[in-house]
Design a protein around this ligand. Sequence first.
Ligand SMILES: [Fe+2]
Ligand SMILES: [Fe+2]
Length: 479
Amino acid sequence: MTEEVHEGPYKSELQPAYRSGAFPTASRPHEREAAVKRCGHYPFRFPRDHRQMNSRFTVEENGRLLLRFFYFERRLAQALGAWTLSIPDFEVMLETGRHIFWHADAAYQLRQRLYEQEIPLREVDDFRDEQIDLFIEEMLSAEDTAELLVGVHQVAGDALRIAYRHHIDNTDAVTDAPTIRLLQRILIDVEPMLAWATEAVDAYVEGGVDESCLLRWRWHLQRLLGSIGGVTGTETPNEEPSPLRCHEKPFKRGTIPMRDSRFVTFKETGDHDVADGEPRFEPGTYEATRLRFVRSQRDEVDAIEAFGTFLWDIRFKDFIAEYHLARITWDEARHTEIGHRSMQTLGYDPFELPNRLTSSHCRGEMVDDDVTYAMAEINLFGEVGVLRTINDLIDLAHDSDDAVIEHIADYIRADERTHVRNGQQILKVMTSLGAQELEHRTREIFTECLVSLGAIKKDEDVLDTGPLSRAEIEKLIGE
Ligand SMILES: [Fe+2]
Ligand SMILES: [Fe+2]
């Protein structure tokens, strides 16, 4: 006896009709007429919604594309972080500090949407793509900052901008409205970022950077992106260009901080007064304290380097830790700007005041597992140290009727408190060491580094008597 197979009612007859859109409609004329009448009497003519539905992407296809966008954004945030120690130009450094967060935040928003498209967060965070990684490695092999900007913004960034626009136009405006809104919001950051990059690359060319080298690099990276099917992976691939710089020499991040030629720098001491030769104001006076604060903020260009570098060094350990690091990097770029502008407000040319590189020299060279101590130093000593003194500074500024310092310190205090809190979460991802052990080892390593830079005299036998105390380090590195 053969078993009868039920495929569901009328399946074989009705499917082709559904496909052609010829749906059977069970509309009743009297109900229809009544509806028309009710609508005719309804007094309000609200704006018509002109969005159209289409079935271009399934949820799965949508997720596949958004996952690639997520991965590109995550990798671009990491990649810019990797270069922070190697960017000498002040304005480019500030913008890069911001852009690191623009990319991380785009990744964060895409990750949320991916979760809604039924991809578990663990799967989103674990996603890797070797072809995209190859593109990023090659992009990182830029020979200078101008080439870096070409790769990050004019090749990858621009391709993402176009892909986002296409996706906004292509996906269903009603069923997938959350994706459209999120891409539009990402574009609010992307478009001015790319416009700035165009002007920055022009500035490099006008200042003497060889334009043909930049054009060749742009062409090379565009071909490489084309060879992996573009950012979506769906374009017809071209041949992979050859040779690739990253095959000849794998990318390694920089370890030495750079400053452009407008700066005078010092690293043999953490104390501005010592570096200046003679103090500008009587130590202990309000004028000395406020100038030290403003200079420390401008010198936080080293904090952009620190947090950007950590983002690269701990990449793929934990997405949320990367996200917090990216946000702190932007905040430190703001603190740097605040310091720079405040110097001007106080009557200085910001480049006349020497820039402290002490901590950045110590942190920059710490790679692999040691990076935890670099993070601990800036978080446990630098940022906690600021919070120890900033309340008194704000009170003094208030009593002195110094609205500039009172205002900037108020915002910086809120930022640094947030950094201390979020920094604890990041440290947990970076190390399994207990708080005491971490602090002790960090003090040891930084004492050694400060000795090697000449910031502490060896003949004081500092290494024999143990590492510097927390208070001494806080004073010397003063973030
Ligand atoms: Fe800061
Ligand atoms: Fe901070």
